[in-house]
Design a protein. Structure first.
Ligand code: NAP
Length: 279
């Protein structure tokens, strides 16, 4: 790297991008490990994304995270992709090397690592998993759960056609159920996951009946604003162990940081606090 470019650049693409917690997250790690580098919010319109991406290597960028609505386009633009990113046809992490773009998808990794860290007694093979929601994040979570050895995955979604499309694309033996069958889907499950937007700050209100959720089950939400979502509060009331969604965000960031800045970062309480305190 020339003198002009002695501090590697990375950032998060989104439209919008200003709400992203990623600059606070990576900024905290850069400071903690004393690494000279920058991580910036990169608000880019969908119609400009491809052009901007092509210019990145010439600007000293070593990589980027990608959030809504660019994940599919980021995958299409990449020169190479991990098998998982190919399977999901979406990327959230880009690594730039010698002018080439490598795409990865680390959302599923973040999901599993969050549960491993915060509920060490749980294992993916512990029993059936009930996933509510069949959007982009759900795809990553389901692929990761299947890969990690979940014996049965029950998928519920408002729009059944979206569940069917997910099943087709991932080519997995899922048990598809309509939302009305939630009680049945929770029977004997070891893990329940909310992967819908229900209960998100500013999103649709949470209106699911969790009365069939048995004590001892592990429940987690992908939403982290608010931290204790209505889904987690209702599950806790039923006697479930709960893990919030912030850890998924923190852990999905690890592979990118390690590749760009050359250091395996840690996810701990100090990082959580720094990210929560960031405006
Ligand atoms: P998405 O692709 O837009 O999917 C949204 C999901 O919510 C779909 O299953 C959709 O059902 C369902 N939904 C939306 N409104 C609903 C309503 N009124 N009633 C019932 N279902 C409804 O979004 P996504 O990217 O998968 O994200 C889902 C959530 O995960 C978001 O809250 C996001 O912030 C969070 N997330 C967290 C992380 C993390 O690191 N913790 C990472 C990624 C995403 P239909 O198919 O019927 O529309």
């Amino acid at each position: 790297m020339s003198e002009e470019r002695d501090a590697p650049l990375a950032g998060v693409f989104g439209w919008p991008a200003s709400h992203s917690k990623s600059p606070a997250l990576h900024g905290h790690w850069l400071k903690r490990y004393g690494i000279r580098g920058w991580y910036l919010p990169l608000p880019v319109r969908p119609e400009d994304f491809a052009e901007v991406l092509k210019a990145l290597p010439r600007m000293g960028f070593v990589g980027a995270n990608v959030t809504m609505p660019h994940k599919a386009e980021a995958f299409r633009m990449a020169d190479e992709a991990t098998p998982l990113a190919r399977r999901l046809r979406a990327a959230n992490t880009l690594i730039l090397r010698e002018g080439r773009i490598f795409a990865d998808n680390t959302d599923g990794f973040g999901f599993i690592e969050n549960l491993r860290q915060n509920s060490p007694e749980w294992s993916p093979a512990a029993g059936p998993v009930t996933v509510i929601g069949a959007g982009g994040a759900s795809r990553a979570v389901i692929a990761a759960l299947a890969e990690a050895g979940a014996p049965e995955i029950r998928l519920l979604n408002r729009t059944l056609a979206n569940s069917e499309e997910l099943q087709r694309d991932l080519d997995l033996p899922l048990k598809l159920l309509p939302m009305e069958k939630l009680s049945e889907a929770l029977e004997g499950a070891a893990l329940a996951v909310n992967a819908t937007a229900l209960g998100m700050a500013g999103g649709p209100p949470f209106d699911l009946d969790l009365s069939a959720l048995a004590p001892g089950i592990l429940a987690t939400d992908l939403i982290y604003a608010p931290l204790k979502t209505p889904f987690l509060a209702a599950a806790e009331k039923q006697g479930a162990r709960i893990v919030d969604g912030l850890g998924m965000l923190l852990h999905q960031a690890r592979p990118g940081f390690a590749a760009w800045f050359g250091r395996e970062p840690e996810v701990d309480e100090e990082l959580r606090r720094a990210v929560l305190e960031a405006a």
